[in-house]
Design a protein around this ligand. Structure first.
Ligand code: B12
Ligand code: SF4
Length: 438
């Protein structure tokens, strides 16, 4: 059996200068390789960056033509394009089987299947257990009911199989992503997964595995990183990678052991990025290890600059906690490698609350020299989305994230005047040399 995996490609704000490897389809290629004859990954990013949309589609069609299954990973930005691609594939190639999965599908699989007959299967959640079973079903080795996480339409009826338990990274043997399939020197940064999920439960966040964090044991992480480093050195343009972990610092003792072990593997001068939650950085022994790296960058989602906002999004932190984290980062001289992100325009916010967040971000930049990034809240599947917006038809629109009608609808308390005065403030901050993006 030949399977074509079409990788993710954020069509929103793609940074044209830094090409980051989307990890998903390399991970899935590793998972399914033992069960198939051939697996091929297509990188839409490769064609989009050169505006070669037609070429992308013709490559996709020619690979799909002699394959048995085409799989797409879908985020909320790429859904519009992928649904159209699937239609074209079915129109051109007839009965090719198409499966979709990923974060957007895991939220909206029922509507997706009911309104898109061009899609045969939706596999929700993790692929580790479900995808090999789907392949066995297609090979006649399992019945369709035995494929966990599978959703499909049969005789006009929506069928939902039960979901498999989540992967236990400490007990199960999970293959390394197929980094060997990477095109040489195409990506500027690679990606690596050491843990999955997050103990938080923020209301604006799309992450599937909340209040759940699972990690590989530290020995296993280091074994995997040894292999990963060989691919990184050979295939990536730079000595540069991102941990895809939603929160690398959830267990500070584990994080410290992994980072210490990585020193011995020769990662000290590599450019690296981890995501952290502010309170996890109160463990000073972890900060000490972080400070011994030359280029270990930390991204911290702070989101709101006032206590009521932090509480309404369920960030489980207060402004005073953030200041405590900043002082500790300052003590260990790592502020220069810290990047914090903020969100303004939550559906209840007026200009006054937006300005509180903007001022707090500017204060952190001024006081501690950390990078700050302020962005408008955008409607993405999350608890906040379902309480305030609810209408998932917006994702059927091209560029919903940039649409002014959707902006106005999702920021009901921000007038055109408020918007322009916030934009002036944005302009002034940029001109003061603050790293800023609105
Ligand atoms: C690493 C990461 C990034 C990196 C790398 C992005 C990239 N090129 O891939 C960076 C930092 C660049 C990034 C940027 C952004 N990101 Co980001 N990112 C992530 C993060 C933390 C991990 C993704 C990952 O690689 N996981 C590891 C892989 C192996 O897991 P996976 O993709 O979930 O796949 C597993 C399953 O989902 C399933 N699966 C997935 N697809 C399929 C398909 C099939 C057929 C099957 C069977 C199974 C399956 O199987 C896999 C194995 O189990 C996720 C959060 C998350 N946990 O998903 C956010 C996330 C994907 N990002 C998000 C966003 C919003 C962004 C930005 C737009 C943020 C911004 N405002 O700037 C930008 C986009 C800019 C850009 N050009 O890329 C959102 C997307 C929301 C949505 N509804 O679509 C997420 C979910 C974060 C969140 N808190 O909501 N991001
Ligand atoms: S925003 Fe970050 S901390 Fe909050 S639930 Fe999502 S991944 Fe966890």
């Amino acid at each position: 059996m030949k399977v074509v995996l079409v990788n993710t490609d954020f069509t929103y704000e793609a940074d044209l200068n830094v090409k980051v490897q989307p990890l998903t389809m390399y991970t899935i290629a590793g998972i399914i390789s033992p069960y198939v004859d051939e697996v091929k990954i297509i990188e839409p990013m490769k064609y989009r960056l050169q505006n070669l949309q037609d070429k992308y589609f013709s490559v996709l069609l020619s690979e799909a033509r002699d394959s048995d299954l085409i799989a797409f990973t879908v985020n909320s930005f790429s859904w519009f394009e992928i649904s159209n691609m699937c239609k074209k594939i079915k129109e051109t190639l007839g009965d090719k089987k198409i499966v979709v999965g990923g974060i957007h599908v895991s939220f909206f699989y029922k509507e997706i299947l009911e309104n898109n007959p061009q899609i045969d299967f939706a596999l929700v959640g993790e692929a580790e257990k479900s995808f090999p079973s789907l392949i066995k079903y297609l090979n006649g080795q399992l019945s369709i009911e035995q494929v966990p996480n599978l959703k499909y339409i049969h005789n006009n009826k929506f069928i939902s199989n039960n979901n498999a338990p989540l992967v236990d990274f400490r007990r199960e043997k999970i293959p390394l992503p197929r980094y060997d399939l990477l095109e040489k020197k195409f990506f500027d940064r690679l990606t690596f997964e050491a843990s999955r999920g997050c103990m938080g439960n923020c209301k604006f966040c799309s992450v599937l595995h909340k209040r759940s964090w699972r990690n590989y044991g530290e020995e296993e992480v280091l074994t995997r990183m040894t292999e990963f480093k060989k691919h990184l050195d050979e295939k990536c343009k730079n000595k540069d990678f991102i941990f895809t972990d939603d929160c690398f610092t959830t267990d500070s003792i584990w994080a410290k052991q992994v980072l210490q072990g990585m020193m011995d593997l020769g990662f000290q001068s590599y450019n690296m990025l981890i995501e952290a939650r502010a309170k996890n950085l109160w463990d000073e022994s972890l900060l000490e290890v972080i400070s011994s790296y030359d280029n270990l960058h930390i991204q911290i989602g702070i989101e709101s600059g006032y206590d009521e906002g932090l509480s309404r999004i369920n960030k489980e932190i207060r402004v005073s906690d953030i200041i405590k984290t900043m002082s500790l980062l300052e003590k260990y001289k790592i502020c220069k490698n810290v990047f914090t992100s903020f969100i303004i325009g939550f559906p209840w916010e007026t200009k006054k609350e937006c300005m509180k967040t903007i001022q707090f971000a500017a204060f952190l930049n001024d006081q501690y020299g950390i990078e700050v990034n302020v962005a408008w809240w955008m409607p993405l599947p999350s608890r906040l989305f379902f309480s305030y917006i609810g209408d998932n038809n917006i994702f059927n629109m091209e560029n919903f994230a940039m649409d002014s009608k959707i902006f106005n609808y999702s920021h009901p308390n921000i007038s055109a005047d408020d918007l322009s005065s916030i934009n002036i403030c944005d302009f002034l901050y940029k001109n003061m040399g603050i790293t800023w993006r609105l």
